[in-house]
Design a protein around this ligand. Sequence first.
Ligand code: NI
Length: 136
Amino acid sequence: MSKLTRTALAIEKDLLGRFDKWMTSHGYSNRSEALRDLIRSALVEAEWEKPASKVIATLSIIYDHEQRELPRQLTALQHADHHAILCSQHVHLDRHKCLEVIVMSGTTRQLRRICDAITAAKGVLAGKLTLLSRKL
Ligand code: NI
């Protein structure tokens, strides 16, 4: 962690009380750590708004592996952007459904495009993209 700087802020008593309740219910033991995480989260969200921002991401999908051509299509899509795909983890959920978590690195624009192509494939039942930033 880099060097810490002390600061003060003015805040309504009621708002601070609500923040303290939120903080406790989310496992924080002090305001500083909770505020730092909220600030980082806001900055990460700002990065996501810029198409050229370099981010890391996970794409989690659930799909039916018996859907005709789908496993082959998912592999082809990942090979097409192999520079952005760092790794993937496959879990056989039941007799028909698979969970795959794909870890990616690239620009926001590129990773959203890859996500859209994969989740739009016929037989992909659900998809969730989680973007993170290296700038934390
Ligand atoms: Ni499977």
